[in-house]
Design a protein around this ligand. Structure first.
Ligand code: MSP
Length: 610
C-alpha cells in the first residue's frame, strides 16, 4: 500500500546571528508535527535550514571582518548543532549558499524572465534591512520599522521587477476559497485586507555593486537576486529528488512577520511558474520581550543552546509548546520553565514512572480489563487538538490523564496491596499517554517505552499492553532546586539577557587575550556624548581605543591609570576613529555606575591577564 505523504517546512533562518529561541520554537513545532505524522504512519519530509544571502548578512559579515561565506558557514553550523541538541528530526537542512540550490534559483529566474514575469524598470520604495522587506508608509512608525526599531532606507534604483500585481485577483480567490488555507482565521483576514489594498510589482534585484552577496541574475550579471525570491525556492529545492513525491507542502509554518510575503510573493512565484501551491500556511505568534518581538536586531534574544544545556531538550520542547497557545503571542520566562519542569515533568510524570516501574519490577503485572484508566477519550481529544495545532490543549489533556493515574495509584496503594492487576492498569495507561506525548518529548518517551516494553506506534496505542518484565526506571526529570541565573526573572522584562543566556565554550574563552595597559591620553570626540578617545600604552606598543566612559570619569581622573585591555578584538570604526581594543569596566545592575577594572597592585604595562 502506498503511504500517505506529509511535507512540512519552517522558514529558513537568517545567518546574521546565532540561533535564538524564536526560530527554535517554529522548528520544534514542526518537529512535533513531523513526528506526529510519522506516528500516524505517513511518509514525512521535514525541511528546515538557513537563509544565507542578502544585505543584512553581507553587512554583518563585513562588520565582523569576515568573508560572508566564512561567516555563514559558522552560523549555519551553529543552527545545525542547536537543532541536534533539541532532537529535531529534519530530513534535510537546506542552506541557500548550497550550489544545487543556487542553480535551481537561476533556472526559475530565467524561466520567469523568458515568460515576461520579470522586466527591467526603476524602483523606488522604503526598505527595512532588518526585515529584508519593502515597507509601505503605513507600515512605519515615525519613519522607522517598528519591528526592528531602525530607520528604513529609501531605495531608488534601476532594478528588475516581478509582476506581482497581475496575481492580485487570483491570490484573493485562492485564499478566500480556502484552496490556500491560511490559519488562524484572524491572520487570513488580515492578509485578505492587505491584498485588497492593492499589490504593486516588486523589485527582485539589487545592483551587484551594492549587494554582491546574492545569486547573480542569469540574464544580467550586473544584478543579484532579491534575497526573498532566493529564499522561497528553498521549499522546492530542499526536496532535492523528492519533488514529485512531496510537493506541494502540506503545512508551512512561520510567524506573522513573514506571513504577508509568503501569501503574496511566494504564492505568485509558484503560480507564475505553474507549480502547485502549498495546502496550508499556519502562522504562529511571537515570543515577546518588553512588548517587542524577540529578535537578533533588537538584541533581546534567548539562546536555545543555553536552555537546552541547562534543562534538557524535552523540558524545553514541552515548556514552549505547553506555555504558549500556538498562533497567539506569548511570554517565556526561565522561572516558569523551571516551574513546569518541576511540577509537571518531575513531580507528575517523572514520579509516576519511577513509582510504578519500581512496584512493577518488584511485584510484576497481570493482565486485566481496564476499568478506571480508560484512555479512549484522551486519545480522541488529543487527536482533535493536534488536528487544529492546539498543542497546549493537547498537552493539558495528557497531564489531566497523568493526574488521574497518580490519583489512582494513591487510592489503590499497590505498595500495600501488591495488586498486579492495579499495576497492569496503570502501566497500560502509561503506555497510551507516552505514545501520545512522544512527538513532544521523544527522548524521555523512548526511555519510558523501553522500561514498560511497548513500541511507540499507533498499533501499540490500539493494543493492550503485553505482559512483560518491567525494570525500575531511571529518574527522567531531575528536580531543579536552584533559582534561575537571574533570580526569578521573567525574561519578558529583562532586556539584558543575551550575555547571561549564551554560555561560551572554554575553547572560545581561551581565544581572548587580555593585557594590562596605562592610559596615556584622553581626548573628547566631537559629537560623541558617551565616548572618549584614549591612547593606551601596552608596553611594546601604543593603541587608540574608544571607550564609553565620558559620563563616569573626567579625562584627568583617567590619565595615568592602569587598566585591562581586550587586545585581540577586531578593530572597529567608532565615530570615524579606528578603535583597536576594549577596556574592561564593571557596570552596576541598574546601569547608573561604571567603574574601571584595575590591577590590584602596580604591574608593568603589557602584562598578560590570565
Ligand atoms: N529568512 C527569513 C525567512 C525566509 S523563509 C523563505 C526570515 N528569517 S528569520 O531568521 O528572521 O526567522 C523568521 C522566523 O523565525 C519567523 O517567521 C518565526 O518562524 C521565527 N521567529 C523569529 N523570531 C521569533 C519570535 N520572537 N517568536 C516566535 N517566532 C520567531 O524571516
Amino acid at each position: 500500500m502506498i503511504k500517505k505523504t506529509f511535507y512540512i517546512t519552517t522558514p529558513i533562518y537568517y545567518t546574521n546571528a546565532l540561533p535564538h529561541i524564536g526560530g527554535a520554537y517554529t522548528t520544534i513545532s514542526a518537529d512535533v508535527l513531523a513526528r506526529w505524522n510519522r506516528l500516524l504512519g505517513k511518509e514525512v519530509f521535514f525541511l528546515t535550514g538557513t537563509d544565507e544571502h542578502g544585505q543584512k548578512i553581507q553587512e554583518t559579515a563585513e562588520k565582523a571582518g569576515k568573508k560572508p561565506q566564512e561567516f555563514v558557514d559558522k552560523i549555519a553550523q551553529a543552527f545545525q548543532e542547536a537543532f541536534k541538541m533539541l532532537n529535531i528530526s529534519n530530513d534535510n537542512f537546506i542552506r541557500t549558499t548550497n550550489p544545487y540550490h543556487e542553480k535551481e534559483v537561476k533556472k526559475i529566474l530565467q524561466k520567469l524572465y523568458d515568460q515576461k514575469y520579470i522586466y527591467k524598470g526603476f524602483y523606488e520604495a522604503f526598505y527595512c534591512v532588518g526585515c529584508e522587506q519593502y515597507k509601505t508608509e503605513s507600515d512605519l512608525t515615525y519613519g522607522k520599522c517598528p519591528l526592528h526599531n531602525r530607520d528604513v532606507e529609501l531605495r531608488k534604483e534601476e532594478a528588475y521587477l516581478f509582476k506581482l500585481s497581475t496575481f492580485q485577483d487570483k491570490l484573493l480567490r485562492l485564499i478566500k476559497s480556502g484552496k490556500l488555507n491560511i490559519l488562524p482565521e484572524e491572520r487570513r483576514k488580515e492578509i485578505i485586507t492587505f491584498i485588497e489594498q492593492g499589490l504593486k510589482d516588486i523589485s527582485i534585484s539589487r545592483l551587484k555593486e551594492k549587494i554582491y552577496w546574492g545569486i547573480e541574475l542569469p540574464f544580467d550579471k550586473k544584478h543579484t537576486c532579491f534575497v526573498w525570491v532566493d529564499a522561497f525556492w528553498n521549499y522546492v529545492s530542499g526536496l532535492k529528488t523528492n519533488q514529485d513525491k512531496f510537493w506541494p507542502a502540506d503545512v508551512q509554518l512561520m510567524a506573522k512577520d513573514i506571513a504577508r510575503v509568503h501569501a503574496t510573493i511566494w504564492i505568485a512565484l509558484l503560480l507564475a511558474l505553474k507549480y502547485k501551491i502549498p495546502k496550508m500556511m499556519f502562522i504562529h505568534g511571537y515570543f515577546m520581550v518588553n512588548g517587542q518581538k524577540m529578535s537578533k536586531s533588537l538584541g533581546n534574544v534567548i539562546s536555545p543552546v543555553y536552555l537546552t544545556a541547562t534543562y534538557g531538550a524535552d523540558s524545553v520542547r514541552y515548556y514552549l509548546l505547553r506555555n504558549i497557545s500556538f498562533g497567539s503571542d506569548g511570554n517565556v520566562s526561565e522561572s516558569s520553565l523551571i516551574d513546569r519542569h518541576n511540577n509537571e515533568l518531575a513531580n507528575k510524570l517523572g514520579n509516576l514512572i519511577v513509582r510504578v516501574s519500581t512496584l512493577a519490577e518488584k511485584y510484576g503485572i497481570s493482565k486485566t480489563k481496564i476499568t478506571h484508566l480508560k484512555s479512549e477519550k484522551l486519545i480522541k481529544t488529543f487527536f482533535s487538538y493536534l488536528d487544529k495545532f492546539e498543542f497546549d490543549k493537547a498537552l493539558n489533556e495528557a497531564f489531566t490523564f497523568i493526574d488521574a493515574c497518580n490519583t489512582f495509584v494513591q487510592d489503590k496503594k499497590p505498595w500495600e496491596s501488591k495488586d498486579k492487576k492495579v499495576l497492569y492498569e496503570i502501566s497500560n495507561a502509561i503506555k497510551d499517554v507516552t505514545i501520545l506525548l512522544s512527538p513532544f518529548m521523544p527522548a524521555s518517551c523512548k526511555k519510558i517505552s523501553q522500561t514498560f516494553n511497548f513500541e511507540l506506534s499507533l498499533k501499540a496505542l490500539k493494543t493492550p499492553l503485553q505482559v512483560n518484565k518491567i525494570k525500575k526506571s531511571e529518574i527522567l526529570f531531575t528536580k531543579i532546586e536552584a533559582t534561575p541565573k537571574i533570580a526569578n526573572t521573567n525574561l519578558n522584562k529583562s532586556p539584558k539577557i543575551e550575555g547571561i543566556m549564551t554560555p561560551i565554550d572554554f575553547k572560545d574563552w581561551q581565544k581572548i587575550e587580555l593585557k594590562v595597559a596605562r592610559i596615556e591620553n584622553v581626548e573628547d570626540i566631537e559629537g560623541a556624548d558617551k565616548l572618549y578617545k584614549l591612547t593606551v600604552n601596552l608596553g611594546t606598543e601604543k593603541r587608540t581605543i574608544c571607550a564609553g566612559l565620558k559620563k563616569f570619569y573626567t579625562p584627568s581622573q583617567l590619565k595615568g591609570k592602569k587598566c585591562i585591555i581586550f587586545v585581540n578584538l577586531a578593530p572597529k570604526i567608532m565615530k570615524g576613529i579606528k578603535s583597536q581594543g576594549m577596556l574592561l569596566a564593571a557596570e552596576s545592575p541598574d546601569r547608573s555606575q561604571v567603574t574601571l577594572i584595575q590591577p590590584e597592585k602596580d604591574i608593568k604595562e603589557g602584562s598578560k591577564v590570565m
